[in-house]
Design a protein around this ligand. Structure first.
Ligand code: HEM
Length: 174
């Protein structure tokens, strides 16, 4: 996993819960508490998953709550600062989500060893999109949290439901 995800998680924890909590998390998963994650650095998958789990343990939240907090922070605080270009000329959640497959390919094109998630799209009706999440990782809850973050960003009331088969149903308000 690319360091940018861990960098975002670290920033979220220290900003919202305090530096002390971040140190506790880093220690609990066997990392140097002073470590700074570089965006393009490769973090071994099991280490990334351990950090996610330690975050839940130390903050005493479950994975769904962690995923919502992460999704909100990534979409509304972290990504606008470093990936502002992907927000330009996109004025609603529908268009933003439909661009996510392409955005993941583009952002990671020049990052060595990147394995971005991919998305395919199907419409159930005019206002109901089903996104299929394709990744070697099993981060569907994070994905749901990110989609909810997109709804918040565009101040849209999205109904987001996790479906079997790594799919997410997004019902847009009409
Ligand atoms: C401007 C918006 C976004 C940008 C620039 C972006 C970029 C990235 C990058 C660079 C990674 C790391 C890939 C790697 O380690 O190989 C990543 C991971 C991920 N992204 Fe995004 N992302 C954005 C929004 C979203 C949204 C809205 C979703 C949900 C639909 C999403 C779902 C994920 C997931 C689930 C991962 C974790 C890796 C995995 O599951 O394989 N991202 N993203």
């Amino acid at each position: 996993m690319k360091g940018v995800i861990m960098a975002c998680l670290s920033q979220l924890v220290s900003e919202r819960f305090g530096q002390g909590k971040l140190y506790e998390i880093m220690e609990a998963c066997g990392l140097d508490p002073r470590k700074k994650f570089m965006a393009t650095e490769d973090i071994p998958e099991e280490q990334a998953m351990r950090m996610l789990k330690s975050t839940c343990d130390v903050l005493q939240i479950n994975m769904e709550q962690a995923a919502e907090a992460f999704g909100d922070y990534w979409v509304n605080v972290y990504a606008p600062k470093i990936y502002g270009v992907y927000y330009k000329n996109v004025s609603n959640a529908r268009d933003f989500l439909l661009r996510m497959d392409e955005v993941h390919v583009k952002t990671t094109k020049n990052m060595e060893n990147a394995m971005p998630p991919r998305f395919s799209y199907a419409w159930e009706d005019d206002d109901t999109l089903v996104m299929t999440y394709k990744s070697s990782r099993d981060l569907i809850d994070i994905c749901v949290g990110l989609v909810k973050g997109v709804g918040k960003h565009y101040q849209e009331d999205l109904l987001v439901t996790k479906l079997p088969g790594n799919r997410i149903r997004v019902k847009f308000a009409t």
